[in-house]
Design a protein around this ligand. Structure first.
Ligand SMILES: [Cu+2]
Length: 460
């Protein structure tokens, strides 16, 4: 802090003591966000210094310092979120987006959050995981009356411990979270901390899920488990930003889960350690290397690794249907079934019947299927070698030797060095002699009902 700031800060503190009611009456201007792109890290212009996070397809809320208190203004309101280009969903969120802005503070900060309700029903905000006075915990009916439409409530507490936290309503919770009301809260350590490493990249995102009927625009709010839009920060692959790193950098990824199921998050090419949970930093002696960590409902995890392997590495939920797009649930498995000529007959009974996946579903990745308005393909995203056949909770970790420090620009596709890439065998085709099965009735060759795929390029 320079001399000039020190004196102006002191003057504000003196003034605030006598005009606090006036200061409180003037709400901080709520910052609004119209873009679903990843915002650059917000380096703190005021308050204690810290190394900011990058929220995937999100942003950090700016604040105002008022007599040493960090003031934020969240506005709960209906928003339209661009989940993928051309796929818009009516959600409820904060300050123009779902999730709401990330709140970044420093251990020991006194934080005041104004919450204005512009929803058609009451709400609250619960500060998930924080140590705070009970009356600031945001549980409607239990610790406070709900915030009625049009009203503004004030939450105020000291951010007592560093870590990764979330915020979400504790009022009509099932509906409001199904509509996308949530956000991240990061409390940075004050100074150096023995269990919190300095990192060069610090990424954060929430796992969230929606049930949006293809062709419609508003989530079904009574869905308990059968969600069909699996998101990171209300985005799906290939519209989730890649995580980029310069080779050799230490990278932290913070993930919170506000879906209704667990997600085993898996990273290719590197091992990571869980360095923090909802409860705080993990002691060094309790860390172990792994490549997948399961994140249960309501949990937060911080993982860290050295990005020392250059390339484009997949980073995704390992539940394979969570890396798929907006599929319907009533699709039968047609693998191995010869349904030539059947479609017309079935459509007389089931008008919506579609032919799918006679040889697996990989064709869908390349096929331009006719889609209803306002949805996105079940599997999409194209890499340098063709369709990725992924959607939903999937993105890439892009490690480059020449990525400039502090740059979050997508470096494009990785150029595989000569001799380091899988290639097609050019010798004689493999033979796979296999005796005919006679042990299970109906599977002997004479009785086979399955048709061998007539795909081009496959030789058995
Ligand atoms: Cu998952």
């Amino acid at each position: 802090m320079n001399r000039r700031n020190f004196f102006s800060g002191a003057a504000t503190a003196v003034a605030a003591a006598s005009v606090s009611r006036v200061a409180l009456a003037a709400l901080p201007e709520p910052a609004m966000q119209s873009s679903a792109d990843t915002a650059p890290p917000l380096h703190p212009p005021t308050g204690r210094p810290y190394n900011p996070v990058v929220t995937l397809n999100g942003w950090t809320a700016p604040w105002r310092m008022n007599a040493g208190v960090k003031e934020f203004h969240l506005v709960a309101e209906p928003v339209v979120r661009e989940v993928a280009p051309g796929f818009m969903v009516n959600m409820w969120g904060y300050n123009g987006q779902s999730p709401g802005p990330t709140i970044e503070v420093v251990e020991g900060d006194r934080v005041r959050i104004f919450v204005t309700n512009r929803l058609p029903e009451h709400t609250t905000i619960h500060w998930h995981g924080q140590r705070l006075p009970n009356g600031m915990d945001g549980v409607g009916g239990l610790t406070q009356p709900a915030i009625q439409p049009g009203k503004t409530f004030v939450y105020e507490f000291v951010a007592r411990r560093p870590g990764t936290f979330m915020y979400h309503p504790h009022a009509d919770e099932m509906v409001q979270m199904a509509m996308g009301m949530m956000g991240l809260w990061i409390t940075h350590p004050k100074g150096s901390h023995p269990q919190i490493a300095k990192v060069q990249r610090d990424y954060a995102f929430l796992l969230n899920a929606f049930d949006v009927e293809p062709g419609s625009m508003t989530p079904k709010v009574n869905t308990m488990l059968d969600h069909n839009i699996w998101c990171w920060n209300s985005r799906v692959f290939p519209s989730i930003s890649p995580l980029v790193a310069r080779q050799g950098e230490r990278v932290r990824i913070r993930v919170g889960n506000l879906t209704m199921t667990n997600h085993p998050i898996h990273m290719h090419g590197h091992e990571f350690e869980v360095t923090g949970t909802d409860g705080g930093p993990v002691p060094h002696s309790a860390r172990w290397p792994e490549v997948t960590t399961d994140i249960a409902v309501g949990q937060m995890r911080q993982v860290e690794f050295i990005a020392d392997e250059p390339g484009d590495w997949a980073l995704h939920c390992h539940k394979s249907h969570h890396t798929m797009g907006a599929m319907g649930h009533s699709v039968p498995s047609m693998i191995g079934v010869d349904h030539r000529g059947l479609v017309g007959k079935i459509q007389k009974i089931v008008p919506d019947y579609m032919v799918m996946g006679e040889r697996g579903m990989a064709d869908m990745g390349a096929m331009e299927m006719p889609l209803p308005d306002n949805t996105f393909p079940m599997m999409t995203g194209t890499g340098p070698f063709g369709p990725l056949e992924m959607g939903g909770m999937f993105t890439t970790l892009k490690v480059r030797a020449d990525q400039p420090a502090g740059s979050y620009i997508d470096p494009g596709a990785f150029k595989q060095p000569t001799g380091t890439q899988a290639f097609e065998w050019q010798g004689a085709p493999a033979s796979t002699p296999r005796p005919a099965r006679t042990d299970i009735p109906g599977t002997a060759p004479a009785a086979a009902s399955a048709r061998k795929p007539a795909a081009s390029g496959h030789q058995h």
